[in-house]
Design a protein around this ligand. Structure first.
Ligand code: ATP
Length: 324
């Protein structure tokens, strides 16, 4: 291995820059070259590359987003697109690839590996924490902190006006963000894709909360919750059934993906970058580097894509007890 290519793909997340920095510097440490690939797989097809030396990643560990830009590439999903991408890499002298992204990006890496036997290594970068084989994906911890900070602010206005807020957070398939921020910010109820608590229970809980003298309430709702109504429909439903409540909705949206990475995400990115490069140098391919029991560990890409880290049901119980 003489040269490793690195790219970020799919949704961006805080900590991606710290991971790029780590990959670049680990390459330099082992005296191999590193090629930055812009705009994910699309840039790989188009040959949008830049040599990255250890000094080209100065002052990025603290920055959100990704200096390499991210993209979704339809062309890479075709055989011809991947052929072009392979030709670009060969032309540039790249022998292995580090892909920082989510499950879609890993699927692309796996397909590319199976077609060209090209060494690939994945680093999980997505705020949703919906990847198997790591307790934390890059950006997840930062997103939790961002969301808790915002809900704290919403609570200030909620309690000043005796209001109920439905706060929608990211998580189409996974409730990790909702569950943890819900507990962290003291939510009354938490609605997640993994569990359907039902509308009746929600009404009961809100009724009880009012009767027990609470002046305001926060309900955290994951985008993909299973209750069958979106946040705006939930607002209408609760106002119809519990007229004593003055309900507001706040959809947090893309701000959850931005911001300076937390210390945890910076350290995680540094560790995963080192392991990704050193695993390639050890002759490994088709794995994802992740954090398992606080140790950096490899999981076959195939498993990382297919599995999901299950929700911690103990957290649901903790949340219930906390709203007593
Ligand atoms: P996020 O978790 O933020 O959605 P992601 O990595 O899952 O991130 P996707 O948009 O699903 O994001 O995938 C990123 C890119 O990976 C796609 O635009 C495409 O180029 C490539 N990709 C995804 N699935 C495949 C596939 N089956 N074959 C080839 N390439 C794929």
């Amino acid at each position: 291995i003489k040269k490793i290519g690195v790219l970020t793909s799919g949704g961006d997340s805080p900590g991606m820059n710290a991971a790029i920095r780590s990959v670049v510097r680990t390459c330099a440490f082992h005296n191999i070259e590193c090629l930055g690939i812009y705009r994910g797989y699309q840039g790989m097809i188009e040959g949008d590359f830049k040599e990255l030396g250890p000094r080209s990643v100065n002052n990025i560990i603290n920055k959100g987003g990704t200096i390499l830009k991210s993209a979704r590439s339809k062309e890479f999903m075709t055989v011809e697109g991947r052929k072009k991408a392979h030709e670009s890499l060969v032309k540039a002298g790249v022998n292995a690839l580090v892909v920082i992204g989510g499950d879609g990006s890993f699927t692309g890496a796996e397909v590319f590996n199976s077609e060209y036997n090209f060494p690939v290594m994945g680093i999980p970068g997505t705020i949703d924490n919906d990847i198997f084989g790591t307790s934390h994906t890059l950006g997840y911890d930062t997103a939790l902190n961002t969301v808790v900070e915002v809900i704290d602010k919403i609570r200030d206005t909620a309690s000043s006006h005796n209001r109920l807020f439905f706060v929608e957070v990211m998580g189409r398939d996974a409730g990790h963000i909702a569950l943890n921020t819900g507990i962290g910010a003291g939510a009354e109820e938490i609605l997640i894709p993994e569990e359907d608590l039902g509308l009746e229970r929600l009404l009961e809980s809100l009724k009880r909360s009012k009767e027990s003298g609470k002046s305001s309430s926060i309900v955290v709702v994951a985008e993909g919750d299973k209750i069958g109504k979106n946040v705006f429909e939930l607002k209408d439903y609760v106002e119809e059934n519990l007229p004593e409540y003055d309900v507001r909705v706040s959809v947090l949206g893309h701000m959850q993906r931005g911001g300076s990475p937390s210390c945890f995400d910076r350290v995680l990115a540094s560790r995963l970058g080192v392991k990704a490069v050193e695993s390639i140098l050890d002759g490994k391919s088709n794995f994802m580097v992740g954090l398992l029991n606080d140790k950096v560990a490899l999981t076959p890409l195939e498993q990382a894509i297919k599995g999901h880290t299950a929700i911690d049901t103990e957290l649901l119980r903790v949340s219930d007890i906390m709203t007593t």
